[in-house]
Design a protein around this ligand. Structure first.
Ligand code: DLZ
Length: 156
């Protein structure tokens, strides 16, 4: 299946979220982008009947901290899935590689440890324009995709 827009999905195959409790962990770095990802994810959960009181939003300083944020959410209990949202933009140093590698591996470990879905809603882009394009721009919104993925995984 070729996907051209992150916000395009078949609504009819998304399970209702009425019985689920979700946490959204959002990085504060590149806030212009991550606020848009959060809006996309939040609105999508509400659209699929997740109750507002069953969505817990927490912020962490940067994407590197998404792993710890997800772990803390699941350790508290009562959460069916965690959506992690962040944006890492390539700079002049290798920081980008270390953060992206740490987050992708870290979230997988947290998911396996708690046996709960932890969704990788991380934009890893070469520049700000690519991020804007994927945070409500011409390529849709990664937050929407992350929310739909969370609901599908909750229903497994
Ligand atoms: C330090 C840093 C840099 C250079 N770039 C980003 C970025 O593009 N996106 C992001 O979410 N966070 C960045 N950070 C912050 C790290 O994720 C982390 O918060 C700090 O290294 C402290 O652990």
């Amino acid at each position: 299946m070729k996907k051209t827009n992150l916000s395009d999905y078949d609504s009819s195959v998304v399970p209702s979220g009425r019985d689920y409790r979700l946490a959204i962990v959002v990085a504060e770095w590149n806030r212009e982008i991550t606020d848009a990802l959060l809006q996309g994810a939040y609105d999508t959960l509400l659209h699929h009947e997740v109750k507002e009181e069953n969505i817990k939003v927490v912020h962490v300083p940067g994407s590197y901290e998404l792993t710890t944020g997800a772990d803390l959410m699941l350790r508290r209990g009562g959460i069916d899935a965690v959506i992690c949202l962040g944006c890492v933009i390539q700079g002049d140093t290798r920081h980008f590689d270390f953060i992206c590698e740490a987050v992708s591996q870290g979230l997988m470990h947290v998911s396996l440890k708690h046996e709960k879905p932890v969704i990788f809603g991380l934009l890893t882009t070469n520049d700000m324009q690519q991020a804007l394009d994927r945070a409500g721009g011409k390529h849709g919104n990664k937050g929407v995709e992350a929310a739909v993925t969370a609901l599908k995984m909750c229903a497994l």
